[in-house]
Design a protein around this ligand. Structure first.
Ligand code: FES
Length: 146
């Protein structure tokens, strides 16, 4: 699925859920990338449950949704750092974490709350470069390898 850039707010409460993708477009064991108001987020389907996590590896900018999914762990395709998609914790080598975002499914759509990340999403030097590159590659289907 190509990178999806959507920003229509669905709710204006303390939480602000924004449509990220159609639920049936992210099948179990797969992942997609979305850009929501400047946030580059990976949406992962782990055994039918969806999770939203920062999509840029803090090491040197690997695009995580294109990595291998091992249960609830996403493996960076560049140097194989591992992240828990539910908590954002770096499983290996440790000592870092990624922002995760609350998520819900409504009317067949995956909605991500941009107001309540687990930690402030990091905007390191890799984010702009990687996000731009992926946006230019919309013809490429980004799927986690299984
Ligand atoms: S860029 Fe992700 S592990 Fe190196």
């Amino acid at each position: 699925m190509p990178l999806q850039a959507q920003s229509a707010p669905v709710s204006q409460e303390a939480s602000r859920y924004v449509k990220a993708a159609e639920a049936d477009s992210v099948t179990p064991g797969n992942s997609v990338a979305v850009k929501l108001e400047g946030n580059f987020i990976g949406i992962h389907n782990v055994d039918g449950e969806f999770y939203a996590i920062d999509n840029i590896c803090p090491h040197v900018g690997g695009v995580l949704h294109s990595g291998k999914q091992e249960g609830g762990v996403i493996v960076c395709p560049i140097h194989q750092w591992k992240f828990d998609v539910k908590t954002g914790e770096c499983i290996w080598p440790g000592e870092c974490e990624l922002a995760t975002f609350p998520l819900k499914v409504s009317g067949g759509d995956i909605l991500v709350d941009l107001e309540s990340p687990s930690v402030p999403p990091k905007q390191n030097r890799f984010h702009a470069c990687v996000t731009d590159t992926v946006e230019r590659s919309e013809s490429i289907r980004w799927r986690a390898r299984s």
